[in-house]
Design a protein around this ligand. Structure first.
Ligand SMILES: Nc1ncnc2c1ncn2[C@@H]1O[C@H](COP(=O)(O)OP(=O)(O)OP(=O)(O)O)[C@@H](O)[C@H]1O
Ligand SMILES: [Mg+2]
Length: 379
């Protein structure tokens, strides 16, 4: 297969965030060429020039192209579909929506963020809990899936306890209302006791994660955050298969050794077709009462990892006793912070740029909607 054909195949994995279908299948990808130096030129046509999802599509195309060894640089030529091409796209999108038997109740427009790291104890679960609360404070309904089957911790961190009920054969996540938003949680911690879960082996763990996605009622969520156990390729593969829209956020400490391990986790994600969206550096120094900063775990790991992966550094979270204490009592620290704390800034960045809520931005869904209505009135 030629490199450009390979590249087109790779681009098949890039989804229009709003329609949940491949941009290749939707007819948005035009000519592709790759020269002998590995320089790729890709033509992409959008439904409208001012499409707010443009940056996201551009970033995903770039990332998918660079995941090919034979591609070293990418030039995107962005255009707009003409009227007939746009009509054809909407037709394909409709057929796609009708044909697709949804495997899960997760709205396909809800961004799914997998929080991962190479090694344990770097603060994935703490970041997941506080980010979920911050997004809820901004009015979002946030699904939280604790995919750490052996080492579950999110029911404790989020202060959510109780029995999971099944309705119509679907597990109902437990809810906690936060401001105008809410959190919906599923965790092994709500279903089994610790000793029981520890006896489970790899395959059963993957099955359990799949059930938390397929056999649970996630309807109505705006975001899904998935906390993962450290360095778990198998779970990443299960998630990538079930959730094509998934993106990974890598958590690392500032130590350079941790950064190398985290880079492997990101590498694995890319091999499983999971986009890497950004890096979070946690435990970035301790600010003592005298105001001085002590870099207990080194410095610069987050920044250099982000640079290496070609993704943004989304947050640098310092070591704070309150973060740890908040986790112990099920009251994430972000609940008691002014609206400009580090987790709020992180949430805002995700809402505005990294993985914006698609429904609010859409460029094609409204068109599809009006077509549907026109078809319904004419039928
Ligand atoms: N910024 C921080 N300041 C203070 N304590 C923190 C911070 N981040 C995490 N911690 C503490 O560090 C410990 C490990 O954090 P956490 O459980 O979130 O890590 P993890 O990456 O999810 O670990 P595992 O890999 O075991 O799941 C916890 O006790 C947590 O309270
Ligand atoms: Mg954890």
């Amino acid at each position: 297969m030629s490199v450009s054909a390979e590249l087109r195949e790779r681009l098949n994995r890039v989804l229009d965030p709003e329609l949940g279908a491949s941009i290749v299948e939707l007819g948005m990808v035009g000519d592709i060429s790759v020269d002998e130096n590995g320089h790729a030129v890709v033509n992409v046509a959008l439904t409208t020039t001012s499409c707010p999802l443009r940056t996201q599509i551009e970033r995903d195309v770039r990332e998918a192209a660079l995941s090919l060894d034979a591609v070293n640089s990418v030039e995107l030529v962005m255009g707009v579909l003409d009227a007939p091409a746009r009509a054809a796209l909407m037709q394909r999108a409709r057929t796609f929506a009708q044909d697709r038997a949804p495997q899960t109740s997760i709205p396909f427009q809800a961004p799914v963020l997998m929080i991962a790291s190479g090694k344990g104890g770097v603060g994935k679960s703490t970041v997941t809990a506080n980010l979920a609360v911050a997004l809820a404070q901004f009015g979002q309904t946030v699904g939280v899936l604790d995919a750490d089957i052996w080492g579950f911790s999110l029911s404790r961190l989020l202060g959510i306890q109780g029995d999971v009920q099944a309705l119509g054969g679907k597990m109902q996540p437990l809810e906690r209302i936060i401001g105008n938003g809410k959190i919906k949680l599923l965790s092994m911690g709500l279903l089994a006791d610790e000793d029981q879960a520890l006896l489970w082996r790899g395959l059963i763990v993957q099955k359990a994660v799949a059930q938390f996605i397929e056999d649970a009622d996630w309807s109505g969520i705006d975001y899904l955050l998935i906390d993962t156990p450290p360095g778990t390729g198998d779970i990443a593969m299960t998630l990538a298969r079930l959730l094509p829209q998934i993106g990974q956020v890598v958590v690392t400490t500032p130590a350079l050794a941790a950064q190398r391990v985290a880079a492997r986790a990101a590498d694995f994600a890319r091999k499983s077709n999971i986009r890497v969206l950004g890096v979070i550096e946690n435990m970035s120094g301790l600010i003592c009462s005298c105001g001085q900063r002590h870099n207990l775990f080194g410095a610069g790991g987050g920044e250099s990892l982000a640079h290496e992966l070609g993704v943004p550094l989304l947050a640098e979270i310092s070591l704070q006793a309150e973060i740890n204490e908040g986790g112990d009592i099920g009251e994430p620290v972000v609940l008691h912070e002014a609206n400009n704390g580090v987790f709020h800034q992180l949430a805002q960045r995700i809402l505005a740029d990294v993985a914006p809520p698609v429904g609010a931005l859409g460029c094609t869904a409204r068109m599809l909607d009006s077509i549907e209505r026109a078809v319904a009135t004419n039928a």
